[in-house]
Design a protein around this ligand. Structure first.
Ligand code: GLU
Length: 480
């Protein structure tokens, strides 16, 4: 039997991180078993439907590099089939027309409430003859739910879950305007797409008991179910916007790598011994439902960030350059894509840059100085350091740089040492700090000695001269 899983998001405009995890698990299960991973868009809510929302989902899958089999299925496009199934159930006596008006339903609810009974529809049309149908009222179609006994769902994560059938109502499968309800459409599509395994959030567990009624009525095989526990925020409540990032887009914008997010979400609710760092290939090899964790997992942003740091450290340098390019534009208005000099410099420093960075944002921030053009801005801290220095150290450094034949990591360090020794401060750090401030305009960067080597003699000289004109005593006196 070919295993077929599916990812059927409703296009809400973004991909919740919980949905992303569901997609990952379904994808892994299919790939582990050489099965199929199908994507269906549950787009029946036409009033709120938008193509951009569908795009957001497909982009998310693409970003996570989860390939799917066949074409994306639109649930809405299967509408006629769903209606046909509902009618078939009516013909077979497993569903029926209900002509209750909204007022009647309201009255029914009120009375049940008063009597302390469940406020279910009281099934008054379940066994009535079609000849009793009132004129001019468009009926809904309701399923005949079992009246007694119990229903058991064998869930791969939750174990056997039982519900007393008296708790299941004769829910609507076709609305009075003839459109199918979610409950009906999901079951029809899962059957028609040959889905063998349904892995989804445990907020759908209650629906499963209702969906089973439809599977049974149609004589269709029930898929294997696995309901995944929720993802919680650090305070133990369901992960939502107020915990910070909640959509996949938020994680993209925060500079996480797809592999890190995949690894993190995989571990959040599934385990393989004590393994924390799990590659895509290992994940495919190891993923079974057996190790899905039964309890809800708390999202730990610090852990994700550390994992991301690991993946940045491992990533290919050219790839990182490409991935940080949009962040350079967004945060520093630097068009890295067309600046080959900056690209070359950043690549030369990448081994060091990537060993420090936890996110692509940090990577972009700490390498932006390589792309700076004179005149550039100095941030507040760099400004402070250079104002205090008043150009003293910078002019000493400038002299040494002018006289150096070329700059290397070691030669820059050596000339900084010489300046430190000749200066009252005497400490290398006291020289390296203003050097860093002058060359980068910031106080955070990889090794400034190496940075000077990469910038080269001419650029280093130009940047020191620039800082000198901006911060030297004479200059401020002159312009005062
Ligand atoms: N469209 C549903 C959702 O986005 C998924 C339903 C299902 O997995 O059966 O939550």
């Amino acid at each position: 039997m070919t295993i077929v899983t599916r990812f059927p998001p409703s296009p809400t405009g973004f991909m919740h991180i919980g949905n992303a995890r569901t997609a990952i698990y379904n994808w892994l299960y299919a790939r582990h078993n050489n099965g199929k991973f199908l994507v269906r868009i549950e787009d029946t809510d036409r009033a709120r439907h938008s193509e951009e929302a569908v795009e957001a989902i497909l982009n998310g899958l693409k970003w996570l590099d989860l390939d799917f089999d066949g074409d994306v299925v639109s649930q809405f496009s299967q509408k006629d089939r769903h209606i046909k199934v509902a009618n078939e159930m009516v013909t077979k006596g497993q569903a029926y027309y209900c002509y209750c008006t909204p007022e009647e339903l309201e009255e029914m609810r009120e009375e049940a409430k008063k009597a302390g009974r469940p406020t279910f529809y009281d099934r008054r049309w379940r066994d009535r003859d079609a000849s009793e149908a009132p004129e001019g009222i468009k009926p809904v179609v309701r399923i005949k739910a079992p009246l007694d006994g119990e229903t058991v769902i064998h869930d791969e994560v939750q174990g056997d879950v039982t519900v007393q059938n008296e708790q299941l109502d004769d829910f609507i499968i076709l609305r009075s305007d003839g459109t199918p309800t979610y409950m009906l459409s999901v079951v029809c599509d899962d059957h028609d797409m040959g889905v063998t395994h349904v892995m989804r959030g445990d907020d759908h567990l209650n629906n499963t008991f209702r969906q089973k009624i439809i599977f049974d009525a149609m004589g269709w095989d029930l898929p294997v179910f696995a309901h995944l526990p929720m993802i919680l925020g650090e305070d133990g409540s369901k992960l939502s916007k107020r915990h910070g990032a909640v959509s996949l887009e938020d994680f993209m914008a925060r500079g996480y790598l797809p592999d890190a997010v995949l690894n993190y979400l995989l571990r959040l609710g599934w385990s393989h011994g004590d393994d924390e760092i799990i590659s895509r290939e290992q994940a495919i090899e190891w993923f079974t439902m057996k190790n899905i964790v039964k309890s809800a997992a708390k999202f730990d942003f610090v852990k994700l960030e550390n994992l991301n740091g690991h993946y940045i450290g491992e990533a290919d340098n050219e790839k990182l350059l490409e991935l940080m390019t949009p962040f350079m534009k967004e945060r520093h208005e630097i068009a890295l894509g067309s600046d080959t000099t900056a690209q070359r410099r950043i690549l030369a420093a990448m081994d060091e840059l990537k060993s420090r960075a936890k996110t692509l944002l940090q990577l972009a921030d700490e390498s932006a100085f390589f792309a700076k053009k004179i005149p550039y801005e100095f941030d507040e801290k760099a400004d402070d350091i250079l104002s205090q220095d008043n150009g003293e150290i910078i002019s000493l450094l400038l002299d040494k740089v002018i006289n150096a034949s070329e700059l290397t990591n070691d030669s820059v360090q050596a000339l900084c040492k010489e300046v430190a020794e000749s200066h009252k401060e005497g400490k290398l750090g006291k020289v390296a700090m203003p050097l860093r401030a002058a060359l980068t305009g910031t106080t955070v960067s990889p090794s400034v000695f190496h940075a000077a080597e990469i910038l080269g003699k001419e650029e280093t000289k130009a940047r020191l001269e620039y800082a000198l004109t901006k911060f030297s005593k004479e200059n401020s006196a002159m312009s005062a």
